[in-house]
Design a protein. Sequence first.
Length: 691
Amino acid sequence: MSVITTTERGQIALIQIDNPPVNATSIDVRRGLQEAFRAAMSNDAIRAVVLACKGNTFVAGADIKEFGKPPQDPHLSEVINEIELSSKPVVAAIHGTALGGGMELALGCHYRVADSKARLGLPETTLGVIPGAGGIARLMRLAPPELAVDMFATGKLITSSEAVSAGVVDEMVSGEVVEAAIALAARLLLDNLAIRRCRELPVRTSEPSLFSEMRERLKRSHRSQVAPQAVVDLAQATQGEDFDTSIAAARVRFRELVISEQAKGMRNAFFAERVATQPSELPRVDHGVRDAGVVGAGTMGTGIAMCFLNAGIHVDLVEQDEKVLFASVETIRKNYRREVEKGRLTEPTMNARMELLQPTLTYDSLSSCDLVIEAVFEDMQVKKDVLARIESVVRPDAIVATNTSYLNIDEIAMACQAPERIVGMHFFSPAHIMRLLENVRARHSSPQVLGRIQSLGKKLGKVPVMVGVSDGFVGNRMLSKRARECYFMLEEGAMPEQVDRVLYEFGFPMGQFQMNDLAGLDVAWRNRQSRIDRITKRELECNILDELIESKRFGQKSGAGFYRYDEQRNRTTDPEVTQLILRNRDRRGLVRREIDDQEILERCLFAMINEGARILEEGVASRPEEIDTIWINGYGFPKYRGGPMFYADHIGLRIVVERIRHYGSQVGSVFWTPAPLLERLADVDGGFYSR
Ligand code: 3H9
């Protein structure tokens, strides 16, 4: 079936793209569009054209699957140029999203009509590239430069009404956008209105500071990323260039960037997220959760309750302690109030959300819930007791979830009446902000229930990844191996500042010790205590954390942890910690050595990758995409490096194995033995993604 169809509506040709799922401009679309427009131009009975899309959306961009492959003619840029230069008026009818190449296509049309729910944007930089089909040159002529530069650089989308205000869209309608575009085309003919081509407009000038300020902003918000800076350079250059020069420059830059390592990493992150959040083995079902119960109104329970409220789901928040319950409701109210003050939420929306919240001291109201999640104290017996109480009141078809971050959910489930409905939903703190959600399948969880919690995760606006039962699941399990190496390196000669700097320079938002300080050293310490009878002698002796806790250094919240913090939580190096580490080494007779940055980076990353390989082999994660999605969305792994497993493939698994063996000879094979899967893949020059 053809991806392009033309229907004659009197003197107007309606050209429609039908290339599911998102009408990307793959080669068939580009060729088909060129042919259809040429046919319309040479048909004397046709006097105007409407360009629209079938399906859920207007064109959502170039076909990302074609990126990095040999280019095929015609280039999208040429197709758009031809459309813009056509002698008959062309109106774009936009619904859904007009993104990237899709927005560029719309900008090449002479007029634009958009559905009121449509959104437009140039998110190319989120894929490590820049708008390569004329978007920069055209938008810099059509829209206020401040908006245009913001859209190019950050990938921010705008609504139809914002697009109308900015002069990017000519007309906004509610529904029937194709008919509205046809009506506009008819009016253009009737009134003999002129064709408007972006290329014929002068570039809109701006303060030169617009570009320098954006570059500075991007250094913080998009640290180390090439594409956002490149797009600002190109946007600024349009102000001194003619249209064709700008178009050619963008094409050249796009070609350079699309094969860059950053773009490959970004593309992997994009596709990995789609694979990871919709695992093919699970049924695609509706979550069916209209009423949720949350048991435990501490920090996690409060955040989880907010996730449901934000998604418009009624919440019964159960807590045994009245004061805690009251404080939780106040926290939720305060959080929303702050959002209202910042203009991110309207007062009526806040009120509507608060009305969905039902705080209670008893379990009775849980009887109407479709799903109940417990977020009580992290203790096996406490969890078992709470789940038993929940099961005694909920409907037989209700899902029962635990928010445990470490405990064995199989063991919890075995103590329950109906293990098939028991699952884990591991939210990350602060739960209402963090995007990652590790959904956990226990041994007896039913596929239907698992499908429902995946769908629920999406409804909550999360990135839900399904993982198996394991100590720390996927994310924390890998993190614990990295953390262990970081602590070992403190003993061997590194200082927290050096370790953190190396991780930061790699692209993490913060280093291991800064992260520990943020989460609370008492949390890390309690976690250590809970495992103390299972850890090795070396780990037991590595007691810097114990000494920090003894000195009442609990991290940011106490003003001191690995670093010192002022009232605004600004961080400085603390000589007391340096001394504490040096004394610890002396007392234990450890010999200090210089540890270079490369060793720090390798030990951090390879410890994670090796554990990732074990996780894959055990089936705790089914695919490398799941691990990478977890690390990008929950632990700040730089997206432009594609995730730890993708990064390992990039380095080459033979090298990873060789370095792991090297650290085995240095630190001990107990900690550093290549995972069997890693070894097997390295032996055949394979990769995690090409297993
Ligand atoms: C660009 O345009 C460069 C230009 O300047 C031209 C230069 C020459 N290509 O996200 P979903 C697939 S750069 C190919 O789950 P949603 C996706 O993999 C591009 N495939 O749905 C998935 O497949 P599957 C600029 C694509 O409703 C399916 O569509 N554009 C593309 O949650 C559904 O996707 C962008 O950056 C694509 N461009 O969200 C937009 N897009 O079912 C990227 C999607 O097999 N796309 N797929 O897993 C998006 O942001 C979201 O997909 C969108 C829909 C908002 C459109």
